[in-house]
Design a protein around this ligand. Structure first.
Ligand code: CP
Length: 344
């Protein structure tokens, strides 16, 4: 079966086709119940979730399928010591036609895919990846901006532990978008990811003078990661003199405190997006995104700003996940040839 473990598992052509399909679902969500009748998805969540789990279950129900969901995996046989591999074999061996898995261990979804006779969808594995959140985020850029190629996107907050950011940064680079990292101090993008961006896209991290991002970047050493030609940078002047005026999106992230050790917690200086920061000229036309849940890294008085799209962003999780489920279950033909496997 075809799995969705990493954002690398989906080609750019497939992503565009998924967005087009999601557009159709979003326009008329109650009219596609004949897409997956008789199909069942299983939600196996070893970590809490509101959006990913409920939007997947809503998506499956809207497609005419059914859902199996354990309230918490702690109420399953995991507490008796059953391995993930055994659980996957059992659930995929007749109970469900697709497995949506969230797990605290990095690589858990890849392992599950090795044992599953049905598609496995990674709904977040530790700090590693959250590919369907990235497809949702990219879909939001597609809807709000009409394109992803060449956009200037600020990634702000905890860039070290946010699996959402890790999948998103890589996908943005593949689309040829420009990334401006504005990390909370000490929580920069992991080195392995920066190296991959360098190896695959020739991206060079460049220290940036981010003063024009105003309050948002006041405490941060901003860095550009751009796979694009310098003239497409559009925010602030950097060490090479590239002149930038506007950003297209600001993507805030929550401090992933559940993954911090004690020392990291005390060293953390949270970045916050407050109403006054929205007055920065460089953010004039930017949409503000957040995968949610948030704590206080976006203050509540930003919610009413028309540039704040994070609740729309969460709502769009349903049509894009309808497209993902229909595709992996073989009920939607994306019309894209699957690339030939790489020679061993
Ligand atoms: N964005 C996201 O993954 O939210 P949940 O943890 O609620 O699923």
């Amino acid at each position: 079966p075809r799995h969705l473990v990493s954002i690398d598992d989906v080609s750019i052509e497939e992503m565009h086709a998924l967005f087009a399909q999601a557009d159709r679902f979003a326009a008329s969500p109650r009219t596609f119940a004949d897409t997956c009748p008789g199909f069942i998805s299983a939600s196996l969540f070893y970590e809490p979730s509101t959006r990913t789990r409920l939007s997947f279950e809503s998506a499956m129900l809207r497609l005419g399928g059914g859902v199996l969901t354990a309230a918490e995996m702690t109420s399953s046989s995991v507490v008796k010591g059953e391995s993930l591999a055994d659980t996957i074999r059992v659930v995929g061996g007749g109970y469900a036609d697709v497995i949506v898995l969230r797990h605290p261990s990095e690589g858990a979804a890849r392992l599950a895919a090795e044992f599953a006779p049905v598609p496995v969808i990674n709904a977040g594995d530790g700090s590693l990846e959250h590919p369907t959140q990235t497809l949702c985020d990219l879909y939001n850029l597609h809807v709000e901006r009409g394109r992803i190629e060449g956009l200037d996107v600020v990634l702000a907050g905890d860039l070290k532990y946010s699996r959402t950011v890790h999948s998103f940064a890589f996908a943005l680079a593949r689309f040829g978008a420009n990334i401006v990292c504005v990390p909370q101090p000490g929580f920069e993008l992991p080195e392995y990811l920066v190296e991959r961006l360098h190896e695959e896209f020739g991206v060079e991290p460049i220290r940036a003078d981010a003063r024009r991002l105003g309050d948002l970047a006041a405490n941060s050493d901003a860095v550009y990661l751009t796979p694009q030609k310098p003239h497409q940078l559009s925010l602030f002047t950097d060490a090479r003199g590239w002149e930038v005026q506007q950003v297209d999106a600001v993507y805030m992230t929550r401090p992933q405190t559940e993954r911090y050790s004690g020392n990291e917690m005390s060293a953390t200086q949270y970045l916050r997006l407050e109403k006054r920061a929205m007055a920065a000229e460089s953010l004039r036309d930017a949409v503000v995104m957040h995968p949610l849940p948030r704590r206080d890294e976006i203050s509540a008085d930003v919610d009413a700003d028309p540039r704040s799209i994070y609740f729309k962003q969460a709502a769009r999780g349903v049509p894009i996940r309808m497209a993902i489920l229909g595709w992996l279950l073989g009920r939607i033909d994306l019309g894209v040839e699957r690339p030939a496997p790489m020679p061993a």
